[in-house]
Design a protein around this ligand. Structure first.
Ligand SMILES: [Zn+2]
Length: 175
């Protein structure tokens, strides 16, 4: 079922909660993954790269992420290794509407996580998938990408269309 997405400033307090580990792999985990999938698939402008359970008001350690064009679910994810190398990437978030900013993060990670049935895997990710996973995992700890922009002294931008309909990035203050 498509769920409403929590956004700041209205839902700031909820989005700042730390989510709880999944301990029982019953139908409710499957239903949660279905809701996350339905909700992210309903987003077309822009298309969603990832969505975490707390963003739909469920404070469980679950998220979905688009990995090489396929939506994959992650339960109880834990990064076991970060690369020394870091990259900067322009991030946005459905919970921080219309705001974009560059965030510096480790370029590669090893992720230990479970699927919706409790099966564990440990997978190495790099590039955009590593980026999406780190962003979504942050949500489970109540962290938003703008927090990183803030600590990294970065800037945030709003996208506005000019008279000819061309998109422009306008610098705004951090929400
Ligand atoms: Zn987000």
């Amino acid at each position: 079922m498509v769920k409403p997405i929590l956004t700041i400033p209205k839902d700031d307090q909820a989005l700042r909660q730390k989510s709880q580990a999944v301990t029982t792999f019953d139908k409710s985990v499957e239903n949660l993954v279905t809701d996350l999938t339905d909700t992210i698939d309903a987003q077309t402008d822009p298309v969603g790269l990832g969505l975490s359970a707390p963003q739909i008001g469920v404070f469980k350690r679950v998220f979905v992420a688009r990995i090489r064009n396929k939506l994959k679910s992650f339960v109880n994810p834990k990064i076991t290794k970060f690369s020394q190398a870091e990259t900067s990437f322009l991030e946005g978030c459905f919970s921080v509407p219309e705001i974009y900013g560059h965030v510096i993060r480790p370029a590669e990670i090893d992720l230990l996580s479970q699927d919706m049935h409790g099966k564990s895997s440990n997978i190495h990710y790099k590039g955009v998938p590593a980026r999406i996973i780190q962003h979504e995992l942050d949500h489970l700890d109540g962290i938003l990408f703008i927090d990183h922009v803030h600590t990294q002294n970065g800037k945030v931008f709003k996208v506005e269309k000019d008279k000819r309909g061309k998109e422009q990035f306008i610098e705004v203050s951090l929400p």
